[in-house]
Design a protein around this ligand. Structure first.
Ligand code: C5P
Length: 243
């Protein structure tokens, strides 16, 4: 399947709770679908990094909003196949998963001025090329007209166990208990923010990933995508995925 050969870009909204596997599954899906992958969580992480680097107060919504407006984002696929977030044309993806960022990212992401600026760029990126876009509000706010919406979830214990083993997500080698409490705190904060809270869209399918490998999740989601796109009248899926 190559979504970038379609007449108009096709958007796949891939939301989910923190550490539910969005970036692993999203990267594999984009690869199978022949399209781009944007992890919007990295954009909020990058804003947090820049705010801390510029010593901005995290309570100063105006300053954070101005910083977000002045920051440009794009994606690029690295030699190893991973999708990199370019921030003002610089790849800082590897700096964005520290506990330092985990601690403050939900607060920065709750600022409406920041969300407005990032959502504008997310829509712009998705309007140019077919994209699997991972986040928390893609199906509910960013790409409400996406023809396919998926919401990944798993118990907080499963998510913490996976994140503890994840070389990228836990580059500092934190222990399970610390990872668990960080993920719990972030999940609650994100679900309770006023602007665009973390939640599935009414028309999303919810995929529980506790008992599945990433490959199994990808197969399940791919056959859902094929069904959904065929029903929406977007033809030319490969035999393997047509229904
Ligand atoms: O996906 P990830 O866990 O890396 O996201 C980091 C944080 O960014 C989330 O905990 C949330 O606060 C914020 N976020 C958001 N909206 C999105 C994606 C992420 O608020 N679409």
């Amino acid at each position: 399947m190559n979504l970038n050969q379609k007449a108009a870009p096709i958007q796949i909204a891939l939301d989910g709770t923190p550490a539910s596997g969005k970036s692993t599954v999203g990267t594999m899906l984009a690869d199978r679908l022949g399209c781009d992958f944007l992890d919007t969580g990295l954009m909020y992480r990058a804003m947090t990094y820049l705010a801390l680097e510029n010593s901005l107060s995290l309570d100063d919504a105006d300053a954070l909003g101005l910083l977000a407006e002045a920051t440009s984002f794009s994606v690029r696929q690295g030699q190893d196949g991973s999708w990199r977030l370019m921030v003002n044309d610089t790849d800082i993806s590897d700096l964005l998963h520290s506990e330092f960022i985990n601690r403050d990212v939900s607060q920065v992401a709750a600022v409406p001025e920041v969300r407005r600026a990032l959502v504008r760029q997310q829509r712009e990126i998705a309007s140019k090329r077919s994209t699997v876009m991972a986040g928390q509000d893609i199906g509910t706010v960013v790409l409400v007209n996406a023809p396919v919406k998926i919401f990944l979830n798993a118990s907080v214990a499963t998510r913490a166990a996976r994140r503890t083993r994840d070389a990228v997500g836990n580059s500092e080698g934190q222990r399970y208990e610390a990872v668990l409490s960080s993920i719990k705190r972030r999940s609650q904060f994100d679900a309770n923010r006023v602007d665009s809270p973390l939640r599935p869209a009414d028309d999303a399918i919810i995929v529980a990933t506790d008992d599945s490998s990433p490959e199994e999740v990808v197969e399940e989601v791919l056959s859902y995508i094929a069904t959904k796109l065929n029903r929406t009248g977007i033809p030319a899926l490969t035999e393997e995925h047509s229904v």
